[in-house]
Design a binder for this molecule. Sequence first.
Ligand code: NAD
Length: 498
Amino acid sequence: MRNIEHFINGQSVAGTTGRYSDVFDPNTGKVQARVSRANAAELDLAVRSAAAAQPAWAAVNPQRRARVLMEFLRLLNLHKNELAELLASEHGKVVSDAHGDVLRGLEVIEFACGIPHLQKGEYTQGAGPRIDVYSAHQPLGVVAGVTPFNFPAMIPMWMFGPAIATGNAFILKPSERDPSVPVRLAELMIEAGLPPGILNVVHGDKEIVDAIVAHPTIKALSFVGSSDVAQSVYAAGAAQGKRVQCMGGAKNHGIVLPDADLDQVVADLMGAAYGSAGERCMALPVVVPVGDATAEALRAKLLPAIAALQVGVSSNPDAHYGPVVSAAHKARIESYIQLGVDEGAELVVDGRGLKVPGHEDGFFLAPTLFDHVTTSMKTYQEEIFGPVLQIVRAHSFEEALQLPSQHQYGNGVTIFTRSGDAAREFADRVEVGMVGINVPIPVPVAYHSFGGWKRSGFADLNQYGMDGVRFYTRTKTVTQRWPKGGEAIEQSFVIPTL
Ligand code: NAD
């Protein structure tokens, strides 16, 4: 059995606890490796090496820090096929989509290469008599990130890119379900010239996340995962005085106004609802046609498009999507499908029971479609995170606007329309953090920033973009006065005003 080990101080470090999590190949349903689960002592080893290495890294001038990232970019491009295949073999997404996972992370590294400019402070000459004021954005020290299974390349890079560029040392706790790519990324960073200790990978589950939250040397924690865990990590981290950002689950709606181009909507929905087996926090699992005529026309066009979808193994270039990540997750999605039936929604296409020839034990699910889903149903209120699309019919723009606005999650939303007026009003009023207008998956580009509202994001600052730079730095403001010798010195008991 292959063991996947921690990566501490620039080298592989075998776990000592004797505790492991199985890493499956979702295509075959078989265990392909096991990953060590660290304890608090192993975390402490990583934190100590990070703390020892960080001051010298922070003292490296920002252009040289950026050059390490530039070399890392070159290595990422060189190894992207290997990374995508490794990623697909543990996650289950098709290799072409795994490339996207690597490349969306790479784009954040490209952004972080601009750190000499991005981290620059501000300066005011003559803020008062012989007084100048300047501010510097200094790294926090040792920071950590906890990442979910669904983007094992992109999300670690969202975090360690800006954190390391700004002069911090980073502890990454990746998902135990697909831990190999994060380790490979850390190896490539070392190959790119990063000093040992600046990027460490420590594996495990809740126990090690609790230890990260409690560790006094770790000054900031970025978390991405499901909302209940996000909320509890946010509360626990804040109680420890840490800077915390915790991104949670989602239930993104696609609003379809009667003037939308339905062929485009259906083409977009196939990828957005079913791509990556629906295991994306920016997937579009709820579609809201406005008016019964729009709903009927949309449903009629969805059926042949769904029938044409091919589900297959990750390495099959013709497959539109692959298996879900685990048997437990497959069973959970199936139980949501049954619940939808029991709650009274119309099961139009049932994706249960799919067997892929030669891969009968793989965690496959065919696409599922529900119609006449209502807001009182649990299957509407909760995140399913699988290849399940739900039609919720609305009768007016206002009703459609209220659905995502009143939902517990507020990650992404999209409106399909040809009316600029309607789109503008929707974007302005909707209570959701990331809005698409005729864009099915509105994940912001690397130089904007990513973050949902309500139970999708417990954070003041988003991931990447300038928010990422701010999250991993603290501002020091220096007010300096250089009096000219020989002037009269006066006492003052009044706070100076300008
Ligand atoms: P998860 O919450 O099960 O796990 C996320 C991370 O937290 C993992 O590293 C895991 O080991 C750890 N963890 C799990 N249980 C924990 C606990 N009780 N205490 C402390 N740590 C714990 O999430 P997942 O299944 O890996 O990922 C899917 C979820 O992530 C979905 O809800 C999805 O919407 C969400 N997600 C959100 C975003 C976003 O940016 N908003 C992006 C991707 C995924």
